[in-house]
Design a protein around this ligand. Structure first.
Ligand SMILES: NC(=O)c1ccc[n+]([C@@H]2O[C@H](COP(=O)([O-])OP(=O)(O)OC[C@H]3O[C@@H](n4cnc5c(N)ncnc54)[C@H](OP(=O)(O)O)[C@@H]3O)[C@@H](O)[C@H]2O)c1
Length: 305
């Protein structure tokens, strides 16, 4: 480890932000507000205008941006973008810490950490769990993984973006948590649109349908927490007691959703996927179990019990 990497981030230390979509711009503004000098770079330079007006410095090249700060935050569409930007600017990476808050796969985060190490840089993976306007607020939290020492060194600055939740040394872990969270988020968003489209066939406007549907989405956490045990405890113990609801009952409803969508001419991809989880559990003899039994259909998609 060299001298630069050993330093704890100073209260007003310089930070570089590469990638100025809504998320990168929100992070830049949060850091500027807290008094940090921020250097920015973006492929489309015009996207920097707003944050430059707020006090950020626009670097002429990615190399100049990396060279401006020990801590370099990346907020890009994916990890390919990081290589597109930094492959031609690897010399200044030595001694810096890259914090990549972009979406991608856990394996690509691990590869990127090794790539960074090959250029003498530290690497943290992160996943921001709030939309851009909420960055820097009390409601914001961000998952991180990577070397614990590096996390501690930059914790104070990173806390400005949102409460850090550090998951461990494996750089793939925070990315996996991000994908797990987004799997819930994106599937729910598609379910909301599926349901809005269904009600729309009866003439109901989205303005009327969505508030009804959102109250269901809001109540799911409370429903799952209402059991006697913490959600997940029974599942971890391999217990799926079907005393309050069963795979057979839920599977019948999954069938009805498919039939309703079929008669209305709607896209069936999502309802069929849900139906398949229940059908497989029933075929495997678990119709009397709690709905959590469908996890087996997901863990072993080829039908193993
Ligand atoms: N927006 C949100 O509410 C939100 C919430 C949580 C997490 N996130 C995550 O945060 C990250 C950034 O989100 P965003 O909404 O700010 O995304 P965005 O608007 O899509 O911005 C992506 C950034 O990546 C750059 N980029 C993409 N491909 C590139 C390439 N090949 N070479 C160079 N630059 C490239 C874009 O540059 P150009 O400007 O030149 O196109 C832009 O700066 C994403 O990984 C997203 O999953 C976003």
């Amino acid at each position: 480890m060299n001298e630069r990497q050993n330093r704890t981030t100073e209260p007003n230390s310089a930070v570089t932000v590469i990638g100025l979509g809504p998320m990168g711009r929100a992070m830049t503004r949060t850091l500027l507000t807290a008094g940090h000098p921020v250097t920015v770079w973006n492929r489309t330079a015009g996207r920097a205008d707003g944050v430059v007006a707020d006090g950020a410095t626009l670097a002429a090249t990615p190399g100049e941006a990396v060279g401006a700060s020990d801590l370099v935050i990346l907020s890009l569409t994916d990890y390919r973008a990081m290589y597109d930007i930094l492959d031609g600017a690897t010399a200044p990476l030595a001694g810096r810490t890259l914090v990549n808050l972009s979406s991608d796969t856990p394996d690509r985060s691990r590869e990127a950490a090794a790539w960074a190490a090959g250029h003498g840089a530290e690497f943290l993976t992160g996943g921001v769990m709030v939309p851009a306007p909420m960055v820097g607020t009390q409601a914001s939290h961000v998952y991180y993984s990577g070397r614990g020492e590096v996390m501690e060194r930059h914790r104070a600055v990173l806390t400005l973006l949102g409460a850090p939740r550090y998951l461990g040394a494996d750089p793939g872990l925070a990315q996996m948590m991000y994908q797990a969270q987004l799997a819930v988020f994106l599937t729910t968003l598609s379910a909301l649109m599926q349901a809005t489209a269904m009600l729309g066939t009866a003439g109901m406007k989205a303005a009327e349908a969505l508030p009804e549907l959102l109250s269901m989405a809001d109540s799911i956490g409370a429903i799952l927490r209402a059991g006697e045990k913490e959600p997940g405890t029974a599942l971890d113990a391999g217990e799926h007691p079907g005393d309050l609801s069963t795979v057979t009952m839920m599977g019948a409803t999954a069938d009805h959703i498919v039939e309703t969508g079929t008669s209305l001419g709607l896209d069936l991809a999502l309802p069929l996927a849900v139906q398949a989880h229940y059908r497989r559990a029933i075929e495997n003899g678990h119709g009397g179990d709690h709905w959590t039994r469908i996890i087996d259909s997901i863990r072993s998609p080829r039908g193993a019990r």
